[in-house]
Design a protein around this ligand. Structure first.
Ligand code: S3P
Length: 450
């Protein structure tokens, strides 16, 4: 599935200050996992506040294809009748994951330890992304893979009769890889161990425990996280409540910070410590950003983010912080354009294999709008200040590139156009309407180079 044939160019222009209280849609990571883990439990789970975006709908389609009954009653609380570990059905057709990296990689883990054959396809963006990072450990557990060279989609996996539990050190800081190995380990007899030298988002660990898995996390002498999972647990259905996605909250938050006179509150945002690096960085840059009304739901902290227009200054963002804000660098680069001095972002190698090569896409987008920046192999430096805007940004089927540059347009001197706003549906349906409710001006543009 590709958006390129029905691209919708959008233009954002500066206007009134942003004001109001909003809620962003449910967290994408937790939404995917809630459907998947409910499928692996026997009985009926419910999920409230799920993100109803294209990525998550693709995961719902995939879980239906392996046998789950997934329904959306009128009250919006999804219901999933799980069939249980070891009982997955072989999908009748190919599974199309569209743009969804998390959906496809975690599902590969699930089916990779079941004796069924599954074929995965995706859009042009997903078909460019590396899958070997997930397929390598699955092969070690006994899965057979037939893939295009370079382990790209389309590809097929047939899991073994009995998967071999594995001890695996994740070679790249990736919650998707960690999760795929753990999910495969669920249907392997014995203990699967994942060693994570660099900590990444821990929703899989927390939620699997919540569903009844026997999972422990310890730090070893080298300070690495060691996650041990006992295979073949009986997972129990749960009622999950999904908090607001901090990666989506990032867009209105930065928009308010850079638009003079703004003051907004984003309510109900997930505050998991592996997801809040952007908020910390913005505070270091001098943002008037506070988190209030902190509470807990389902083992996760959430709160309301209060943010006002602020004078920002450039900072250096250390590489160690990258996993806790990996999806937020594009919009941080926009904040950096409005900061005094230089902002240096380090340790960005993983940005090159996201929905687009985000490092290059951000740098080209900034340049197209007159912002001074320097792209290194794994670094980005942005020099703030100046007069910018007026450019058209190529989104490369990347929702976060689209939203980030629309945010730029809300405070730039000249309007900013993105070549395709349809891709935003991947993670943030209703983005335009929600931003409009705060006073933002984002409209359909004349197609230029789409
Ligand atoms: C995600 C992990 C991250 C992140 C993605 C969601 C997840 O990807 O970029 O948007 O839900 O596990 P990587 O594991 O590739 O870093």
């Amino acid at each position: 599935m590709s958006h390129s044939s029905n691209a919708v160019p959008l233009t954002a222009r500066a206007g009134s200050p942003l004001k109001g209280r909003i809620r962003v849609p449910g967290d994408k990571s937790i939404s995917h996992r809630s459907i998947m883990f409910s499928t692996l439990a026997i009985g009926r789970s419910t999920v409230e506040g799920i993100l109803e975006s294209e990525d998550v709908l693709n995961t719902i389609g995939a879980m239906r294809a392996v046998g789950a009954r997934v329904e959306r009653p009128a009250d919006g609380r999804w219901s999933i009748e799980g069939i249980g570990l070891g009982s997955l059905l072989e999908p009748a057709g190919v599974i199309d994951f569209g743009n969804a990296g998390t959906g496809v990689r975690l599902t590969m883990g699930i089916v990779g330890s079941h004796p069924i054959a599954t074929t995965f396809v995706g859009d042009a963006s997903l078909s460019r992304r590396p899958m070997g990072r997930v397929l390598d450990p699955l092969r070690m557990m006994g899965a057979e893979v037939v893939a295009r060279s370079g382990d790209r989609l389309p590809l097929s996996i047939r899991g073994p009769k009995t998967a071999t539990p594995l001890t695996y050190r994740v070679p790249v800081p990736s919650a998707q890889v960690k999760s795929a190995v753990l999910l495969a380990g669920l249907n392997a007899p014995g203990v699967t161990t994942v060693i994570e030298p660099v900590a990444t988002r821990d929703h899989t660990e927390k939620m699997l425990k919540g569903f009844g898995a026997n999972l422990s996390v310890e730090l070893n002498d080298a300070g690495e996280r060691v996650i041990r999972l006992a295979g073949r647990p009986e997972l129990k259905p749960q009622d999950v409540i999904v908090p607001g996605d901090p990666s989506s909250a990032a867009f209105p938050v930065v928009a308010a910070l850079i638009t003079p006179g703004s003051e907004i509150v984003v309510e109900n945002v997930l505050l998991n410590e592996h997801r809040t690096g952007l908020f910390k960085t913005l505070q270091e840059m001098g943002a008037d950003l506070s988190i209030v009304n902190i509470r807990e739901t389902g083992g996760e902290e959430l709160g309301d983010i209060v943010v006002r227009h602020s004078r920002l200054k450039g900072v250096t963002v250390p590489a160690e912080r990258a996993p806790s804000m990996i999806d937020e660098y594009p919009v941080l680069a926009i904040a950096a354009a409005f900061a005094e001095g230089e902002t240096v972002m380090q340790g960005l190698e993983e940005l090159r294999v996201k929905e687009s090569d985000r490092l290059a896409a951000v740098a080209r987008g900034l340049e197209a709008n007159g912002v001074t920046c320097r792209e290194g192999e794994s670094t980005l430096s942005v020099t703030g200040g100046g007069r910018f805007g007026g450019g058209t940004v190529v989104t490369h089927l990347d929702h976060r590139i689209a939203m980030s540059f629309l945010v730029l347009g809300l405070a730039a001197e000249k309007p900013v156009t993105v070549d395709d706003g349809a891709v935003i549906a991947t993670s943030f349906p209703g983005f335009r309407d929600l931003m409009a409710s705060l006073g933002a001006g984002i409209d359909e543009a004349e197609a230029t180079n789409a």
